[in-house]
Design a protein around this ligand. Structure first.
Ligand SMILES: Cc1cc2nc3c(=O)[nH]c(=O)nc-3n(C[C@H](O)[C@H](O)[C@H](O)COP(=O)(O)OP(=O)(O)OC[C@H]3O[C@@H](n4cnc5c(N)ncnc54)[C@H](O)[C@@H]3O)c2cc1C
Length: 362
């Protein structure tokens, strides 16, 4: 369990006391976990007396982390907070997507209550839903806090922070401001404390040369619509992070609904029996990683829970949702493999990547 001192130590930059980093380089970054980190940092800054009287605090980044920190600091009082965001709106990453979903605790699955719908945060709380609904709920409460905090909390959208320069124990924050009409102005302002809540960035929109790839967070980024009417739709999903795995399912499904998939698995009767073996596999994978070794999740899952997954009806459930004629090819940086080695979707026509690409070219 971390205490306030640990939180300060974990987010400080040793060479620059007074500058804090909010989770940008951590693992397990989710909307919810970043809000929790922000609340912990807000508490720790007060508890550890890191905020001089009437401190001027610059929070850089208007995502989940920056918004939550700015609101929490302003509500505690005694400080003036300015929240800088380079985009035109706060929470720009989540945008207005109706098909991408946020579930506050689902990353804890298969632990109990992972499908609990409420974030249960003391401020800027939200419940499971589409990205647009979550964004609206959080922004609604943020504006209420902003009104209550009056001039202790100001928001500066369209401000790109370009430099932070230490000067006599304070910081000069330089920015480019986009004025109405698009003109850019350069300016700077002095602060006592600076918090970097700049996230870990977004996907490369031009990962495939000559192709504009929509972001995960845009509805256009959900695989599917573009192949409507194609009798033999073929997808290559590259990357096995959570986004890649979700899009693998989206590509495979005739009607993809993220919430149905989450509920269909997390709330399936008897699924908790998989918890022990799944957590044991996680522990083995972490141990392998700490020794610099790779870990074959696919084989481990197949051996430990393959039969149980079939017996629970999860395979049939996915099979019933398959897109007719779909061919899926799944690759990641370390290995190339066909989808049926990863999750047992046996009704799909799955070929190893190399063979699949040859076939697709015929
Ligand atoms: C493809 C993808 C899929 C994801 N899927 C999920 C998911 O399903 N569930 C989930 O919970 N999380 C998911 N995440 C993680 C997601 O990043 C976090 O949930 C959440 O957005 C983190 O909030 P944050 O405030 O730390 O960072 P961000 O949301 O990235 O916010 C950082 C903000 O800082 C701003 N900024 C950066 N640099 C500057 C600068 N120099 N000046 C001014 N402003 C600046 C950015 O514009 C941005 O608005 C996903 C991330 C990606 C990229």
């Amino acid at each position: 369990m971390l205490n306030a001192t640990d939180t300060i130590a974990g987010s400080s930059i040793n060479a620059h006391p007074g500058v804090y980093v909010l989770g940008c380089y951590d693992t397990r970054i989710t909307f919810y976990s970043q809000q929790v980190r922000a609340l912990e940092l807000a508490h720790a800054l007060f508890h550890e007396h890191r905020l001089p009287a009437n401190a001027r605090v610059a929070v850089i980044g208007g995502g989940a982390a920056g918004l939550t920190l700015a609101a929490a600091l302003a509500l505690q009082g005694g400080v003036g907070v300015q929240l800088f965001e380079k985009a035109h709106h706060l929470l720009p990453l989540q945008g207005d997507s109706q098909r991408r979903r946020l579930d506050p605790h689902i990353y804890d699955w298969p632990n109990p209550d992972a499908d609990h719908e409420r974030a249960e945060l003391p401020l800027l709380d939200w419940r499971s839903g589409s990205a647009i609904d979550v964004r609206r709920a959080v922004l609604r409460e943020f504006s209420e806090i902003q009104m209550a905090a009056e001039d202790r909390l100001s928001v500066r959208t369209r401000h790109l922070i370009t430099a932070i320069t230490p000067q006599a124990g304070r910081f000069i924050v330089s920015f480019e401001r986009e004025a109405d009409g698009g003109a850019r102005e350069v300016a700077s302002q002095e602060f006592d404390i600076v918090v970097l809540a700049i996230g870990f960035g977004i996907e490369n929109p031009f990962a495939l040369p000559g192709t504009d790839t929509p972001s995960y967070w845009r509805d256009a980024g959900v695989p599917g619509a573009e192949i409507a009417g194609n009798a033999r739709p073929t997808f290559l999903v590259s990357g096995n992070g959570d986004g890649g795995l979700i899009d693998l399912i989206a590509a495979a499904s005739s009607t993809f609904r993220h919430d149905d998939i989450v509920r269909g698995i997390a709330q399936r009767q008897g699924v908790q029996a998989l918890r022990g073996p799944l957590l044991a596999i996680d522990a083995q994978a972490l141990a392998a990683e700490s020794m610099g070794q790779g870990f074959d999740f696919v084989t481990a899952y197949e051996n430990a829970i393959g039969v149980e997954v079939e017996n629970l009806g999860l395979v049939d459930q996915m099979r019933g949702q398959m897109r007719v004629g779909v061919q899926l090819f799944f690759s990641n940086a370390r290995e190339r493999t066909s989808i049926d080695q990863n999750i047992p979707l046996k009704s799909s026509r799955c070929l190893p990547l190399e063979e699949g690409l040859r076939t697709a070219g015929r």
